[in-house]
Design a protein around this ligand. Structure first.
Ligand code: CA
Length: 127
């Protein structure tokens, strides 16, 4: 019987080797009822929201910048206000955090405990 290391290593998500876009995630950031797209530049970590009307681009805004090893893992309204929030995971350390958003403006950051069975707000953030 082979024993696995504990905690298990955090697998690195697939990254496109020659593309500058590492994530494209739909969500409605300007409240017009139409999904927009979040792009992350895998070389610079810059995140942009591209406002869409169907397949037409209406414009774009820069949302922020990810540090090395951080990955945009999901977009959802984590605090239930209907605004899309951003969930990030550091694939090197297993750290997790949520940026609570109001449109494209970051209004708070909630750092989540990492580990297999320890998900929960560390500092009393409302999630
Ligand atoms: Ca929209």
């Amino acid at each position: 019987m082979r024993l696995e290391p504990w905690p298990p290593a955090v697998p690195e998500p697939p990254r496109p080797p020659d593309a500058t876009t590492s994530a494209v995630v739909p969500a409605d950031f300007n409240g017009d009822g139409k999904p927009d797209l979040v792009y992350v530049n895998s070389n610079t970590g810059e995140m942009k929201v591209v406002y869409m009307d169907g397949a037409s681009q209406l414009g774009q805004d820069t949302v922020g910048q990810l540090g090395q090893d951080w990955w945009l893992a999901a977009v959802a309204s984590f605090n239930g206000d209907g605004q899309p929030d951003l969930f990030f995971r550091n694939y090197a350390t297993g750290e997790n955090q949520v940026w609570l958003m109001n449109g494209i403006n970051q209004v708070d950051t909630v750092v989540l405990a990492h580990g297999r069975h320890q998900l929960g707000a560390q500092r009393g953030g409302r999630l």
